[in-house]
Design a protein around this ligand. Structure first.
Ligand code: GLC
Ligand code: GLC
Length: 817
């Protein structure tokens, strides 16, 4: 069953029914000011950091699920009847409803009793504010007298403290209401130099800032007392729960329309210029004047919206494809790319499953996210790489996470996830392959954010490689540490105490448990490093990493190959995991993907063998599960992975992040049909048809789909913020369609379904636009017969970037065969 449809021309998903199986959300903002918004206007906003600078409140895990948002109420003052034009929170049955989620904006349109309203929510580029632009139309034959109320609840900045420290917080709330603008200035009197403001384009009939006055005692957002009575209280909050609500009276003649604009913004003042007049306790509002004047005018708001649209046309225009498959086209051209930008901005911090207070930016996550967005905004990928590497430890290891506001490593989570550093090599290499910007390797970057510790980024990469070599176990495989990619395979944790973190508790000294996954990742990282070192003329490093990779490969064949697939790990007792010897956890997906991506088994046939084992043991119609058989009980020596009921999350769930690794591996061995088949299984657009089962948004990937051992097989969770976005983007564009940036240029080597006649693509690469036409006259799934660049055949399938530099457009014809 569907709850909406894709409007590909408008690049929107259109939800036609408000009661979707879960709130189907979108993101506002692209640089510093961000918001989450659901299809019924739920959600919250923050500045840079969802934990430390939360502007509005949102209560997770509530019932109804999606409570708190950017609410508007309409009231017919003749009848007293009121409703939410976004359906929530009054849930009044609407005559018409439609929510359009686009890139960085959401428009909710509805109609009741001839009153049509359409509200567009977005954040203008470069601004720290959001606009709610509402158009009201009276489609009745007679005039109407309406009241419009806005309502948000302010968060007292630190979302964690706000949700827990009531003894203090109920006493500190402070507001100012000046010129009909509502200012939230809690803690501004002391150490904060920032405030929020909430303004409206119209003269007000009243306002509210005290939650309980607005709602009425013991009442909820579904029937606020003020909306019921039609009278605002015009009171100023002192402590308790500050909110912002404007009341606007709107009289509309038959057929008449009117626009009302609301602005919610965030502003900082210099420490010595906080108050106006100086010495007073009154906020200096100078810096918000221009924004208010500008964006409260409809034509300026429209202009800002059009700029946002153009910005996205530009970003998405960097890669556009036309394949015979509609689901592929819309995911590559619109939604997958968009999701990659969102994961870049949010990492794993704020979604409807990530509370914004739990996790900062993950080291391995952010490096992988790069794969999906680097072609759209290489300059910000550069900045991200430098931020990440500045948190790197001197021993080459990494803080597992850092806080986006401070850009410092997070001490609570610490380090010791032994795969982390290798991802930096992959991230940097992906950046250079895309941008050709070798200068990044010379960039001086601190270790552990310590002034004076600066070394070229290249040195960071060398230490990343060395980190693994310094930590080999009894089989000479890499020691796993707290965990590798699979955060839940905790082989040194041995936690028997409820509430302990599986990620940070370590009860073993960690000198035995080894990871075959890290071995594969290490070989891959060495191969990337080899390319970088060669270019830098560093022969010692070239020799070091080629040798290290070759040795590691040998070790994998000796200790990491099980006969039909790659093994997963060795536990603290030295026992193998991911082997036929095990009764549960016999085969895992991760080492199959990563080892084949590193080239292992491609020549000797073992890669195909491993992939056939994946197909036989792990593949389901809903995607490929993480391992089999699922763990039926908690195993002290395995950790969190066995804490999950079978079929969920890392315990044999379809952990979508890993599925593209298998797609890439299938493409490497030339099986385009298989690669594409796996691609389609988890493609959210394909799954739109089964939305009642899938539950999450049909336009973005979710982290997890319940596996075959779960009673709810096929049900997705944790949508939006997942490495799934970047890896699927990489799998489809670089491996299946085969348009692959390399250090020297664009390599085109598709692995597509044999049935395809071909496809076309437009790819902007290092400032040049490549118009690519791939034909497949012999209906093969891999193999390039010839490549013509501007009509001239080149040797091989690599289009050297230096040869094309400066050309505006290049026509490329690829004939498969
Ligand atoms: C989550 C984490 C990621 C990890 C994965 C598997 O997605 O963000 O870092 O690799 O889970 O445990
Ligand atoms: C939990 C999640 C896992 C995630 C980890 C991050 O263990 O199950 O997916 O990677 O937290 O710390």
């Amino acid at each position: 069953m569907k709850y909406g449809y894709f409007d590909d021309t408008a690049r929107e998903y259109v939800i036609t029914q408000p009661d979707t199986p879960l709130p189907w959300i979108n993101y506002l903002g692209s640089e510093a000011y961000f918001g989450l918004i659901s299809n019924t206007a739920g959600g919250y906003s923050f500045y840079k950091d969802a934990r430390l600078r939360r502007l509005t409140r949102y209560r997770y895990n509530n019932s109804p699920l999606d409570m708190g948002g950017r609410y508007l109420y309409l009231r017919d003052n003749t009848t007293g009847k009121f409703w939410s034009p976004s359906w929530m929170p009054t849930r009044t049955q609407l005559d018409e409803y439609e929510c359009r989620h686009g890139q960085g904006y959401t428009v909710i349109t509805s109609k009741l009793n001839g009153i049509k309203s359409s509200t567009r929510y977005f954040v203008p580029l470069g601004e720290s504010l959001e606009i709610w632009q509402m158009t009201l139309t009276n489609e009745n034959a007679s005039s109407v007298d309406l009241s419009l109320f806005s309502a948000i609840e302010f968060c007292l900045w630190d979302a964690n403290d706000d949700a827990t420290n009531f003894q203090r917080n109920y006493s500190i709330g402070q507001m100012e209401i000046v010129d009909e603008v509502i200012y939230h200035k809690t803690e501004y009197r002391e150490r904060r130099d920032h405030f929020a403001y909430f303004a409206c384009s119209e003269n007000l009939a009243g306002f509210d800032t005290i939650r309980e006055d607005f709602l009425g005692q013991y009442r909820g957002w579904n029937e606020p007392q003020v909306v019921v009575s039609g009278e605002s209280t015009n009171t100023e909050a002192h402590g308790w729960q500050p909110i912002g609500s404007h009341h606007v009276k709107v009289s509309l003649k038959a057929g008449e329309s009117k626009q009302v604009i609301f602005i919610l913004g965030y502003q900082e003042n210099p420490k010595d210029d906080k108050f106006d007049p100086p010495g007073s306790q009154v906020i200096n509002k100078q810096r918000v004047k221009a924004a208010l004047e500008n964006y409260l005018k409809a034509e300026n708001a429209d202009k800002a919206f059009n700029e946002l649209r153009d910005y996205w046309t530009m970003l998405l225009g960097k890669m556009q494809v036309t394949t015979p498959d509609e689901d592929t086209n819309r995911m590559v051209n619109i939604w997958n790319a968009y999701q990659c930008m969102v994961t870049f901005n949010m990492s794993r911090s704020a979604s409807y499953f990530e509370s914004g207070i739990g996790r900062g930016m993950g080291f391995r996550d952010s490096n992988q996210d790069l794969l999906g967005f680097v072609h759209m905004i290489p300059e910000r990928a550069r900045e991200r790489i430098l931020d990440l590497s500045a948190t790197q430890l001197k021993n080459g290891g990494a803080f597992h996470q850092y806080q986006p506001l401070t850009k410092r490593g997070n001490n609570d989570v610490g380090s010791g996830f032994n795969d982390d550093p290798a991802w930096l090599v992959l991230g940097v290499s992906a950046y250079i392959k895309e941008s050709g910007d070798w200068s990044i390797l010379d960039e001086l970057v601190q270790y552990e954010n310590e002034p004076g510790s600066e070394k070229p980024l290249y040195d960071h990469l060398q230490r990343s490689i060395q980190y693994t070599l310094d930590r080999l176990g009894p089989n000479q495989l890499p020691l796993i540490g707290r965990a590798d990619w699979n955060d839940c395979l905790n082989l040194n944790c041995f936690s028997d105490t409820p509430g302990q973190s599986f990620q940070t508790t370590t009860n073993k000294d960690g000198t035995v448990a080894e990871s075959v996954f890290i071995a594969g990742l290490f070989v891959l990282a060495c191969k990337e490093m080899e390319g970088l070192a060669k270019y830098c003329g560093d022969n010692d490093e070239v020799e070091k990493v080629t040798q290290a990779a070759a040795e590691m490969e040998k070790i994998v064949w000796k200790a990491g190959w099980d006969g039909d697939w790659f093994r997963r790990a060795y536990d603290d007792y030295g026992h193998v995991l991911g082997s036929k010897e095990n009764t549960e956890g016999q085969i895992f997906i991760e080492p199959q993907g990563i080892c084949i991506m590193a080239g292992l088994g491609v020549e000797n046939g073992n890669a195909v063998k491993a992939l056939d084992s994946v197909a036989e043991h792990l593949a389901t119609p809903h995607g490929i599960v993480l391992q089999q058989p699922a763990f039926s009980q908690y195993y002290l020596h395995l950790g969190e992975i066995s804490s999950y009921p079978p079929g969920y999350k890392e315990n044999a769930g379809i952990f979508c992040h890993t599925n593209p690794w298998i797609m890439i591996a299938e493409a490497i061995v030339g099986r385009g049909d298989k690669a594409f088949d796996y691609y389609k299984r988890i493609n959210p657009s394909v799954r739109e048809e089964i939305s009642e089962l899938h539950k999450c948004e049909p336009y973005v990937y979710a982290q997890m789909i319940a596996g075959k051992d779960a009673p709810t097989h096929g049900e997705a969770k944790n949508s939006w913020l997942s490495g799934t976005a970047a890896w699927n983007y990489a799998a489809i564009t670089q491996s299946i369609l085969g348009i692959q940036p390399t250090l020297d240029g664009l390599e085109i080597s598709p692995s597509i379904p044999a049935g395809w006649d071909g496809f076309t693509a437009i790819r902007n690469y290092r400032g040049v636009t490549y118009n690519i036409t791939v034909t497949n006259p012999k209906h093969v799934s891999k193999g390039v017969e010839k490549v013509l660049v501007n009509g001239k055949q080149i040797g091989g399938s690599l289009i050297r970037a230096d040869a094309q530099a400066g050309s505006g457009e290049v026509n490329v014809e690829v004939v498969m065969g």
